[in-house]
Design a protein around this ligand. Structure first.
Ligand code: SF4
Length: 378
């Protein structure tokens, strides 16, 4: 079995962005301190196995993990190193938002072992940032990026969002120019989704914001690919590109079906075989449960063979190298070509997938319509 990954959820932000539906709330010092202790305790009492599982990636996501004090981060990492056999060369990623860290904090995060920053730039247009309810400016992106480099971060990922209300193709292209000129090692690209219950959904309903245009977002995706590939980036997953050798090792575990154990509120776990489970979503309730010595797990799912097979196909298809048909046959004893022959022919003729050299992979059009392709297999 491959070494596992650890995901640690930090559910605090400076303010809530208008499109956000993640489990996060405003930073509150007293709760954050109790929460960090609770996460440390949850890690130390991990009981899936008696021995210490091998781990080679740790990912602090949120929320805004960079709001943690370095000592709080150290508390959680120490708990992880106590309970798991964390590899010397483990990839340790921390999501950071522009303007939320000082040079000194960055140096301390690095000293504690953080060696990769996932940086929530989103856009370089101040008006777009404001309309999204983000608390940073484009100048903050450049300043924090420079601080990261000065602190010695040589593996930085940028998050960029396209398909924003009122965003134009020219505006998006200018964004890309600025992002690429900084040459981050990794790019994660998202098309804005409007989630019910968010302020943005309400603004669109009232006509205060325009509904994002799907066709325009698709053009932005293609422009992003063309520009990034021309600059030497590799497209390795539907939404992710990197300079050679800088794939996210942690996120790749989700797509290849390796074990990832999640800690903190709303964290999800997978044992790398058939079991998935998830934690209480609310930070205060999660903390109270752990403090009371109770499990924060609120939902457990045992996949049957059929569901595991479907997951393996659509998660594998997210990777641009695709699904290895022979590997799939060895693992599940099922021949995809025989089982889905007509569907594969239809998807292939529609230009959504390519079948060659024993693999099945998405085309660029297929990547844009990936959910429709995945439906074939679930
Ligand atoms: S910074 Fe991220 S997690 Fe926090 S509110 Fe904004 S979108 Fe949500």
């Amino acid at each position: 079995m491959q070494p596992a990954g650890l995901y640690i959820h930090i559910p605090f932000c400076r303010a809530r962005c208008s499109y956000c539906d993640f489990a996060t709330g405003a930073y509150e010092g007293a709760l954050a301190e109790r929460y960090v202790r609770a996460v440390g305790d949850e890690i130390k009492t991990f009981r899936l196995t008696e021995d210490a599982p091998d781990v080679d990636t740790i990912y602090f996501g949120g929320g805004t993990p960079s709001l943690l004090a370095p000592s709080q981060l150290a508390h959680i990492l120490n708990a992880a190193r106590e309970r798991f056999r964390v590899a010397e060369n483990a990839e340790v990623t921390m999501e950071m938002n522009p303007g939320t860290v000082t040079a000194e904090a960055l140096r301390e995060f690095r000293a504690h072992g953080v060696n990769r920053a996932s940086f929530g730039a989103q856009t370089f247009d101040d008006l777009e940032l404001k309309r999204l309810g983000r608390t940073h400016t484009a100048a903050d992106v450049r300043r924090t990026f420079a601080l990261l480099r000065e602190a010695g971060f040589t593996n930085i990922s940028f998050d960029l969002i396209a398909g924003l209300p009122s965003q134009t193709l020219d505006g998006w292209s200018r964004n890309l120019t600025q992002a690429l000129s900084l040459r981050p090692e990794h790019l994660s690209f998202y098309i804005l989704e409007v989630h019910e219950g968010t302020p943005l959904a309400d603004q669109i309903r009232r006509g205060a914001e325009m509904r994002p245009d799907d066709d325009l977002a698709a053009k932005m995706y293609r422009v992003m690919l063309e520009r990034s590939l021309a600059e030497g980036y590799e497209h390795y997953e539907i939404s992710n590109l990197c300079l050679p050798g800088y794939e996210s090792r942690h996120n790749t575990k989700y797509w290849t079906g390796d074990a990832v154990y999640g800690f903190g509120c709303s964290a999800h776990s997978f044992d790398g075989r058939l079991a998935r489970w998830s934690n209480e979503r609310d930070a205060a309730r999660y903390t109270a449960l752990v403090e009371a010595g109770q499990t924060p797990v609120v939902e457990t799912t045992q996949l049957d063979e059929r569901a595991a097979r479907a997951e393996s196909i659509f998660l594998g298809l997210r990777l641009m190298r695709g699904v290895d048909l022979e590997e799939h046959r060895t693992r599940f004893g099922a021949d995809l070509r025989a089982e889905y022959g007509d569907d594969l022919k239809r998807l292939s003729e529609a230009g959504l997938i390519e079948l060659d050299h024993g693999s099945m992979k998405l085309t660029t059009s297929g990547a844009l319509l990936s959910n429709e392709v995945f439906l074939t297999f679930v």
